[in-house]
Design a protein around this ligand. Structure first.
Ligand code: SAH
Ligand code: SF4
Ligand code: F3S
Length: 440
């Protein structure tokens, strides 16, 4: 099998993006070669997501499309890894045309699995026993993701979730809270900085729950901010674990993004309770007020679900009111998707699809207007921008402000530079500006 090529396809969240690079590293160390053309690959690995039905349907569709490659390459191996793979393993389901499935805790086994298994597409899919690692330590030990971005990198500090929000599949497919030791986190960070990485985003399904060896999340955030990293952020924080101490660390860290993602999910207390979110609308508003008081220019982003079982028009109106009151800088908005195995699966009444669609589009409209108003206020201001990559036109670049907001900038620069930019207009709602000065 040595010398064989693999192609990686990634769905889902930032954790999957990181995991794919970890898989790339594990396979490369074992003699496999990553290529970017699926048509030429000996092995195709799809890193999958299970959070909404749509995410799973896309993978099923893609698996079907990929079967055409078997005509020219009968030895082609197609594997599913990640959250959806774990979900299928646990529920003992199979999808046609897949040779093996491996869940998120078993990536260290991949070389063995690939080596030991010829294509089984005709014989039926090979399951990898659900062997969970005890801690994140074992999964990461001695291997760091082969990051392919030259400016930014994700660094997980913990894996898994035990919050059991009633709509969410994650605690079933990424089981247990696995805390990564500080030493290991810092070693990965230092390695990335040596390679010239400028921005680090600390990752975890509920990242601010981090607690290991007497170090909590504000502690690890502070530790990483004391390295030479130019920009530091984290994702995703749960409102329930967001403490004053965390807000203070964000306020004080010169290199820490003035940005926090705080998924609200719903503005109705009865829905929040049914979701098992562990906070009320009032508590959430209080957190926003305190955060803005301490860091007035902080960007606050969120996730919202519409059409959770039992959501009435009044509940939905409450969500709208909270959104209008808070004015989020950005929101990811979703229609509730019924996931088997979760508690909400058994909750009734389910909201009809057309009602969910209508609510979602109403909410998106409102949020888009809010973003437009917010971004208009940036016109005429000067922002410090970390240049991330080249745009389509010459001398046009994409970058991020200290609020983690994407801007388009024009001028002479290179990815990784921090430049001063005067915002002059909006393109769509994206702020657009011209470089006035270079900081580095
Ligand atoms: N760990 C993160 C995010 C997990 S998934 C957190 O706790 O915030 C990202 C988002 O997907 C969630 O915040 C939620 O808004 C949405 N989501 C999760 N399960 C969903 C479901 N069954 N239907 C619709 N949206 C869902
Ligand atoms: Fe899912 Fe809730 Fe855990 Fe986030 S905190 S991953 S929404 S169970
Ligand atoms: Fe999806 Fe798994 Fe991330 S279910 S959102 S890929 S943790």
């Amino acid at each position: 099998m040595k010398g064989k090529t693999f192609y990686l396809l990634t769905y889902g969240c930032q954790m999957n993006v990181y995991d794919s690079r970890l898989i790339a590293e594990i396979l490369s160390k074992n003699g496999y070669k990553e290529i970017k053309d699926e048509n030429k690959a000996d092995i195709i690995i799809m890193n999958t997501c299970s959070v909404r039905k749509h995410a799973e349907q896309r993978v099923v569709g893609r698996t079907g499309d990929l079967q055409r490659l078997r005509e020219d390459n009968p030895d082609l191996i197609i594997g599913l890894v990640g959250c959806m793979a774990q979900n299928l393993i646990d529920t003992k389901e199979k999808i046609k045309g897949v040779d093996f499935m491996v869940g998120p805790d078993n990536y260290r086994e991949l070389p063995k699995i690939i080596k030991g298994n010829q294509t089984t597409a005709t014989a039926g899919c090979h399951f990898v026993p659900n062997q969970k690692y005890k801690t994140g330590l074992e999964l990461y030990e001695g291997v760091y993701a082969n990051q392919d971005n030259k400016v930014s990198a994700f660094v997980p500090v913990m894996r898994g979730c035990e919050n059991f929000c009633t709509y969410c599949i994650v605690p079933y497919v990424r089981v247990g809270l696995q805390m990564r030791p500080q030493k290991d986190i810092l070693k990965e960070v230092e390695g990335l900085l040596k390679k010239g990485i400028k921005e680090i985003i600390l990752l975890g399904q509920s990242v601010n729950e981090y607690d290991n060896n007497k170090v909590d999340f504000p502690g690890i955030l502070k530790m990483v901010s004391e390295t030479s990293v130019a920009r530091l952020g984290f994702f995703t924080s749960h409102p329930y674990y967001t403490t004053q101490k965390l807000i203070d660390v964000i306020a004080e860290g010169e290199n820490i993004y003035k940005w926090i993602h705080l998924p609200l999910q719903s503005g109705s207390n009865q829905i929040l309770k049914k979701m098992n979110r562990k906070y009320t609308k009032e508590k959430y508003m209080e957190l926003i007020c305190n955060t803005r008081e301490k860091i007035p220019n902080i960007s606050i982003t969120t996730d919202i679900i519409v059409g959770f079982p039992g959501e009435t028009d009044e509940d939905f109106q409450e969500t709208i009111e909270v959104m209008k009151e808070i004015h989020f800088d950005f929101a990811y908005m979703f229609k509730y998707s019924d996931r088997e195995r979760t508690a909400a699966y058994n909750l009734k009444p389910k909201i009809p699809e057309p009602v969910k669609t209508k609510r979602l589009s109403e909410l998106i409209d409102i949020q888009h207007k809010i973003i437009h108003i917010k971004n208009e206020q940036l016109i005429g201001t000067t922002q410090e921008v970390l240049v991330q990559y080249k745009g389509r036109k010459n001398n046009v670049w994409r970058g991020k402000t200290k609020q983690n907001e994407i801007v388009v900038v024009e001028g002479k620069t290179l990815p990784g530079e921090i430049v001063k930019v005067k915002i002059s207009s909006l393109k769509g709602w994206t702020p657009y500006g011209v470089i006035t000065d270079k900081r580095k």
